[in-house]
Design a protein around this ligand. Structure first.
Ligand SMILES: [Ca+2]
Length: 393
């Protein structure tokens, strides 16, 4: 009897995935097909054919289940992306494609070093573009991974939307959508564009009729530069500079405190600090708490609206305002330029940095401070070496 009950408790999807021959028979496929027919007037037969062709890939599920780069501290993350090899390959790439990079700099206003660096960080200059069919990756993620294996509705909808965009690329570029290749997450080509990014930002830079981000370095360079340009890149402007941090005094914090927060069950000073983008010791100081555990439910806390560390938003404070909050630029910068402060774990100490609008623009490519910092630092190292060899910049 017990066995019988256990048998009944096996979820329905387990049967459906066993019984399913292909993705056209997946419970969500009918809805997807309906929506594609209704919104974009695709043929139902064609859509069914493409989804029948899509395969569930177990290695994608395994890759998605591994701990992500985001959990690595900065000093380990940096080592992974910045190496002598990647700098030297970057210089080679720049030499080889100098004419196109210059054209991108002139027409789109994006510095060559950053375009080279992004392509280096993303795929080691086209060496590691991914060997999955994008239709397999996106179907696996939308129809299985984020539905049943690690259910997250927002991600499921995101990858379903990317599948829609992939099929639309097939139509506009007159290619078979099942033939396009990418990473296990569905990112395509040397610059790792998701299908929606391809549709919004990829360009046919050599004007041969096809924006080929998979094999044509001209289109790759133009598309990466266009992505940055469309997100507000400002040519020849600073990206980030080192900063020092002076512990703010109670007076400094209190003078900018405007928000109040009522402590709820389960709150800690650390979780509240994180929620408001500040540090627990700032909250301790401004609320005169002797230790961080001195909290009770219903307690009224004053939250300093001081400058937030590692808040990846378009910069809104001036260098002068950051200085008042204890972040002092260690390199010259105009005092009215907008910026935001960052703290990175350098292993044995914390590093402080000030990021400008261009840093924020790099982070639109991948919304992590560590990612944008790796791209920035690699771009500097490549530029130094390239300019030293050429001695012309
Ligand atoms: Ca082209």
């Amino acid at each position: 009897m017990k066995k019988f009950i256990g048998w009944l408790l096996i979820p329905v999807w387990a049967f459906s995935s066993l019984a399913r021959a292909d993705y056209s028979e997946h419970p969500d496929a009918a809805e997807f097909i309906d929506s594609m027919v209704k919104t974009h007037q695709f043929s139902r037969i064609e859509l069914t054919e493409w989804l029948s062709n899509a395969k569930k890939i177990d290695s994608i599920i395994a890759a998605m289940s591994r701990p992500a780069e985001k959990v690595k501290p900065w000093h380990e993350y940096r080592k992974h992306f910045i190496s002598d090899q990647r700098i030297s390959w970057g210089v080679d790439f720049w030499n080889e494609h100098n004419v196109v990079l210059q054209k991108a700099q002139q027409t789109l206003g994006v510095d060559s070093a950053v375009v080279v660096s992004i392509i280096g960080v993303e795929t080691n200059y086209g060496r590691n573009v991914g060997n999955y069919r994008v239709i397999d990756a996106l179907s696996t993620l939308a129809f299985d991974f984020y539905r049943d294996i690690e259910p997250r509705e927002k991600r499921r909808l995101f990858f379903t939307g990317e599948l829609e965009n992939l099929i639309l690329i097939g139509r506009t570029q007159k290619v078979d959508p099942t033939s396009l290749m990418g990473s296990y997450a569905g990112a395509m080509g040397w610059g790792q564009f998701m299908p929606s990014s391809y549709r919004n930002y990829a360009i046919d830079f050599d004007q041969d009729g096809y924006a080929d981000i998979w094999k044509n370095p001209n289109d790759v360079i133009g598309s990466v530069a266009n992505y940055l340009a469309q997100h507000g890149w400002a040519a020849q402007k600073p990206i980030a500079i080192r900063a020092s941090r002076e512990e703010p005094t109670s007076e400094m914090i209190k003078s900018s405190a405007i928000v109040h927060y009522t402590v709820g069950p389960g709150d800690t000073l650390y979780s509240i600090a994180k929620k408001f983008g500040t540090e627990h010791y700032n909250l301790q100081k401004v609320n005169d708490l002797k230790n961080p555990n001195e909290l009770f439910v219903g307690q009224d806390l004053t939250i300093s609206s001081d400058v937030k560390i590692n808040a990846l938003t378009r910069p809104s404070k001036t260098i002068a305002e950051l200085k008042e909050a204890g972040f002092d630029a260690l390199e010259p910068a105009p005092s009215d330029i907008k910026a935001f402060p960052m703290k990175l774990d350098a292993g044995n100490k914390d590093e402080y940095w000030i990021g400008f609008n261009n840093f924020y623009v790099i982070s639109r490519y991948n919304p992590r401070i560590k990612y944008a910092m790796a791209v920035y630092q690699l771009s500097e190292l490549i530029q130094n070496e390239y300019c030293a060899i050429k001695s012309k910049c």
